[in-house]
Write a protein that binds this ligand. Structure first.
Ligand SMILES: [Zn+2]
Length: 353
């Protein structure tokens, strides 16, 4: 029996089977993923069971068989390992309950690619958000040989990142998921929705002259909006994964915003702060509750992303969003909020050379 060609051209078959087997188990157990992530950090039976899973994944991925066979072999081998753990007399009640639940859920794992399912869910929602500005992206999955931030897994378990190669004037685009497969654990899987949402909300439909990873607009204000949309969309992308997706989007945000030593980190911090200023302004000026105000901020960011103007003008707009707002900016913001002006009017303030 020989394996099928991986659906992603950049992945070697063994790496693909490794990634698929992990993702298939996390997908099947997704309603218990947050508990698994918490318990796997502490030494004990759950950590031991997770180590068993990793060993079985490596073993089964080395065999050149089709996707369905790979996953069913991992499921069967892990089932035996879980049964062994459940036979231990010294097992605390919380660990026993979780291991029993994982055993039942994992038996439903299949060889269908769950990462692509998440991608399809995100792109259909982002396409509805951007309408005619949308550029349908294809998904590329690549293997990286180390952690994307060179971090240690206990402090940063998110051994995965994403990027959108600049689409230029094309109507098509691509989103690339970069995975350090050997360290692709349950927390990294739960962070995949926010990574896709960031790419789709911030970059896929962007209408400007360039990409810059230190843009306070693209990596800051729009990133803030991406987290808002993650909260809104998580249940529609996959209701079973939504709890873990929200928890790990928040955790990943903490990991990333801690880093103010990089240009991206500073851009994120600046843009997020600008978004918070706008949020307060919408609350105070129009008496919105926090959800409605956050929706206005996020829609404004999306509308600005659709304006065909240089990125430096959008970054300049973000740099002016400090409390109190400059009077000329407040005037145009009111004009936009009350449907008298379009988003482009917000960018007309002179940009310093
Ligand atoms: Zn980005």
């Amino acid at each position: 029996m020989r394996g099928a060609t991986p659906p992603y051209a950049d992945l070697e078959p063994r790496i693909w089977r490794n990634l698929l087997a992990r993702a298939a188990i996390y997908h099947a157990t997704r309603t218990r993923l947050s508990v698994l992530c918490d318990m796997v950090r502490q030494p004990g039976a759950v950590q031991g069971a997770f180590n068993d899973l990793e060993i079985q994944v490596m073993e089964c991925a080395a065999e050149d068989v089709d996707d369905e066979t790979t996953v069913s072999r991992v499921v069967a081998a892990w089932d035996r390992a879980l049964a062994e753990k459940l036979g231990l007399k010294q097992l605390d009640e919380a660990a026993r309950r979780l291991l029993e639940e994982l055993q039942v859920l994992a038996r439903c794992a299949s060889g269908k690619d769950p990462i692509h399912q998440i991608f399809t869910g995100v792109t259909s929602l982002a396409s509805a958000l951007y309408g005619s500005y949308w550029r349908p992206p294809t998904l590329v999955v690549s293997h990286i040989r180390s952690h994307p931030r060179g971090a240690l897994l206990p402090t940063d378990p998110y051994a995965v990142s994403a990027r959108t190669p600049w689409p230029g004037q094309n109507d098509k685009s691509a989103v690339e998921l970069l995975v350090f497969c050997d360290a692709f654990g349950p927390a990294a899987y739960a962070a995949v929705p926010i990574l896709f949402i960031h790419e789709c909300v911030c970059h896929v439909a962007a209408r400007q002259d360039q990409v810059k990873n230190d843009s306070a607009f693209a990596e800051g204000l729009l990133d803030w909006a991406a987290y808002f949309f993650l909260d809104m969309w998580a249940g529609r992308i996959d209701s079973g994964l939504s709890g873990a997706a929200r928890t790990h989007a928040r955790e990943l945000r903490h990991v990333l915003t801690r880093r103010t030593d990089t240009p991206e980190g500073r851009a994120r911090q600046l843009g997020h702060r600008a978004a918070e200023t706008l949020l307060s302004w919408f609350e105070e000026t129009y008496g919105y509750g926090s959800h409605d105000a956050a929706l206005r901020v996020s829609i404004l960011a999306v509308k600005l992303n659709q304006v065909e103007r240089p990125l430096r003008e959008k970054d300049h707009f973000v740099s002016r969003l400090g409390a109190p707002l400059p009077p000329d900016l407040e005037k145009v913001l009111k004009g936009w909020s009350e449907n008298r002006l379009d988003a482009e009017a917000l960018l007309v303030a002179p940009v310093p050379a």
